[in-house]
Design a protein around this ligand. Structure first.
Ligand code: CP
Length: 309
């Protein structure tokens, strides 16, 4: 397809054709990852900067490795190690990177909408690596890629998303992407951790975790975002684990071949038992590997966008 989109800020307005194009490119990139020498010249002469105002292991490292495997020049900035710590604002930082000739800025920020703002002021493509409680589109793309790899297609899949939906940008991006691709999304969450408009986001709300898991093809547990909790949203981690955590008994309600997914990082013993995290049907490690393939595909598509202008 002729790729015209400048930035990837979320999956809310991304079409099925665009998502399929990214997933198809990721399949090619996954093949490169399986080679003994994982280095190809596809992005030689292109530059990628990761600009992270929030902690990350998977997203930041996978973008960095993705860029290196494609032979891009990559650099990495964190808020604490840059002039942000001296008071420089977001737009000045972004414009500074832009005029250095950067092709893609990958950005994580604790404020919803920060990548959208930056994207309006730079020529580089901006890829949202997670903005506040809004979206985490590259995580949802790697989740969908993993589901397609294991199940063949997203169409008609029953996906149960469990836990702290309110704070979860992963959940929001998955609602948009999975609905666009024809999957059916069910959620179960404590009432205090469920956004008011969740049905408008394309998720069917279940009264219990058991109802959501019943007959599911995929069970995705969200991380309990302990750092974003205001007091009183749930009584205690142990109570949350008892009623909303995934364990062997609850998993029996899903299809026998249901996938167990989690975006990471995992709070073992809270939203998921250790046994379930390491279960034979857990694809948590494969999600991480597929994250590199998806991010290689995205860097390839967006860094080459200007060649097509
Ligand atoms: N899933 C995810 O975004 O993980 P990181 O915070 O480690 O990047």
């Amino acid at each position: 397809m002729n790729w015209t989109r400048k930035d990837l800020l979320g999956l809310k307005d991304v079409s099925a054709e665009e998502i399929q194009y990214i997933l198809d490119n990721a399949a090619t990139m996954k093949h490169i990852l399986s080679q003994n020498v994982k280095k190809v010249p596809h992005l030689r002469g292109k530059s990628v900067i990761t600009l992270f105002y929030e902690n990350s292991t998977r997203t930041r490292m996978s973008f960095e490795l993705a860029g290196k495997y494609l032979s891009a020049d990559t650099a990495n900035i964190t808020a604490s190690g840059s002039s942000v710590a001296k008071g420089e604002n977001l737009l000045d930082t972004g414009r500074t990177l832009d005029v250095m000739g950067c092709d893609v800025i990958v950005m994580r920020h604790n404020c919803s909408g920060a990548p959208h703002l930056l994207s309006k002021h730079v020529n580089a493509s901006v890829i949202n690596a997670g903005d506040g409680m809004n979206e985490h589109p590259t995580q949802a793309l790697l989740d969908m890629f993993t589901m397609v790899e294991k199940k063949g297609s997203l169409k008609g899949l029953k996906v149960a998303i469990l836990g702290d939906v309110y704070h979860s940008r992963v959940a929001r991006s998955n609602f948009y992407g999975l609905n666009t691709m024809g999957a059916e999304v069910y959620v179960a969450s404590p009432a205090t951790l469920l956004p008011k408009n969740v049905d408008m986001l394309g998720a069917k709300v279940c009264k219990t975790v058991e109802e959501a898991i019943e007959g599911a093809d995929v069970v995705m547990n969200l991380r309990m975002q302990l750092e974003r909790q205001k007091s009183g949203l749930f009584p205690s981690a142990s109570e949350y684990a008892k009623y909303y955590g995934l364990n062997e008994d609850k998993l029996k309600l899903a299809k026998p071949d249901a996938l167990i997914m989690h975006p990471g990082p995992v709070n073992r013993g809270v939203e998921i038992t250790s046994g379930i995290a390491d279960h034979e049907r857990s694809v948590i490690d494969e999600q991480v590997t597929n994250g590199v393939a998806i991010r290689m595909a995205l860097l390839y598509i967006f860094a080459n966008r200007r060649n097509e202008e």
